[in-house]
Ligand binder design. Structure first.
Ligand code: GDP
Ligand code: GDP
Length: 433
């Protein structure tokens, strides 16, 4: 299931303000990791138990004036193809502009649900002005103020009705998405794995026609590969190549159980790679990092260690992730990638019995209890794993609010040391008992 909400519209209507509002509400719940680059234009959000990814298309607009409108038009077309729902944002204080009309034309021709979002309605006196936007011919209008948040709840209540909540019909097989920047070797590894025998599985309900799922069934392995490299979009504007690849990546990532993040050994891990890594982590996906083109690196007996350390520093604090060094062109360790993805898939699905958890973790906790706070002591009584698609643990105790971040990290590290969760994000909760 992958639900993508794309915010389109001309500059200055308030897209990034809304984007921040939708994604930051979530930040309060999930850890905000230090060191994450700020140039991210996509993020996770949730509304009434629906999870989705928000994309702020404005972030990808070229700077130069002449390609400007072309860029926006292209983005709207890409959004129509790739998004689940489109929020078309307009500005009540300026009324309809020529560019608004152009965008509306494209959206009317598309086949995706479009919500006309009339922004900057900071007071009700402007309601009368908003009615002008019915003339865009896109149906109902939703008045909001991105600044104060008013109206966004009503909008989201309608938006989530368009989400695809059914999972893919092919539910049992593990799904691995191969993602990474252009040219890292995604197509090459897929070709190396499946050769000419591309058994492309029929399109799956709810995904677009060009979403490529490859069924791999050889040497005792049986899984689906989600290919983000297979299709390349012709675009006139350079920035939109990235925009398109980001849309494809988000979609593949949301569908996948395990994300195989490919990095070019020569270029190293860059902010885009780290953004994808964190998106996978926040979506609780299994992760394998593949450093490809290893043949191009001059090596000695320390090189792998140095590379690994550099990568782990950049992906911290979630560093318990397998890293595989490959050369696809030299056919080195290609199958190891698949073995590792299988292993991570199992780690992510791993269930630890309550008795085993308590036998191992309670003595550790007794040895290193949470530090006392204001003279109060936290007493952890028992631990249980909560059912879910990724590992989640509840630690029942008397004063959960007294447990601070460093102790959460300690507990997670202990779980990782005592059980095999490599590549799988873990959630730890302290609960009142
Ligand atoms: P974008 O270019 O579409 O991403 O627009 P921004 O989010 O950067 O917003 C453009 C300007 O409009 C900024 O100065 C915002 O502070 C302002 N703005 C955004 N939302 C609102 C709103 O609801 N009311 C008012 N009055 N201003 C807003
Ligand atoms: P994609 O854009 O991620 O799908 O990347 P491609 O699979 O198209 O590969 C981009 C280029 O890198 C091609 O010229 C490949 O032959 C080359 N390439 C892929 N893997 C390797 C590798 O392991 N070593 C070297 N030297 N080149 C590679």
């Amino acid at each position: 299931m992958s639900n993508i909400v794309a915010i389109v519209g001309r500059p200055n209507v308030g897209k990034s303000t809304l984007y921040n509002r939708l994604t930051e509400s979530r930040k309060a719940i999930v850890d905000d990791f230090s060191g994450v680059t700020r140039d991210r234009h996509y993020g996770v959000s949730e509304w009434t138990d629906h999870h989705f990814t928000v994309v702020d298309t404005g972030g990808y607009v070229a700077n130069s004036e002449d390609v400007f409108e072309v860029a926006i038009r292209e983005q709207v077309v890409i959004a129509i193809e790739e998004a689940t729902v489109i929020l078309f944002m307009v500005d009540v204080t300026t009324g309809i502009t020529d560019l608004d009309d152009e965008i509306a034309n494209l959206l009317r021709k598309g086949n995706k649900p479009v919500f006309v979002v009339v922004n900057k309605l900071d007071n009700n006196a402007q309601l009368a002005d908003a009615t002008e936007f019915y003339s865009l011919g896109l149906g109902e209008i939703y008045t909001i103020s991105s600044m104060t948040g008013s109206g966004t709840g009503e909008l989201l209540d309608e938006v989530v009705k368009h989400f695809e909540d059914v999972d893919l019909e092919d539910n049992q097989r593990p799904k691995y998405a191969i993602v990474g920047r252009p040219n890292v070797g995604k197509s090459s590894i897929i070709n190396a794995l499946i050769g000419k025998d591309r058994n492309i599985v029929t399109p799956i309900a709810g995904t677009t026609r060009d979403s490529i799922h490859i069924h791999y069934n050889q040497y005792g392995h049986d899984f689906m590969l989600i290919d983000t490299a297979g299709l390349r979009k012709k675009t006139k504007v350079k920035e939109n190549i990235e925009f398109y690849s980001v849309m494809r990546t988000i979609k593949a990532l949301e569908e996948a159980d395990v994300v195989i993040l490919m990095i070019d050994a020569v270029e190293g891990i860059e902010s885009q790679d780290i953004n994808i890594f964190h998106l996978a982590e926040k979506n609780k996906k299994g992760i394998v990092i593949v450093v490809n083109k290893w043949d191009l690196i001059e090596k000695n007996n320390k090189t792998i260690k140095v590379f690994e350390e550099q990568i782990r520093q950049k992906i911290a604090p979630f560093t318990d992730v397998p890293i595989v060094f490959t050369s696809v062109t030299e056919k080195q360790r290609v199958l190891k990638v698949i073995d590792t993805a299988n292993q991570v898939y199992q780690n992510r699905a791993r269930k630890i019995s309550t008795s085993k958890l308590n036998d191992i973790m309670l003595p550790i906790i007794e040895h290193y209890p949470p530090p006392s706070l204001k003279g109060k002591y936290v007493k952890i009584k028992y631990i249980t794993q909560i059912a879910g698609t990724s590992p989640m643990f509840a630690f029942f105790c008397n004063l959960p609010q007294y447990v601070k971040e460093p102790y959460y990290r300690f507990i997670e590290n202990q779980l990782r040391e005592n059980f095999e969760f490599s590549g799988a994000p873990i959630q730890v909760w302290f609960r009142q008992k």
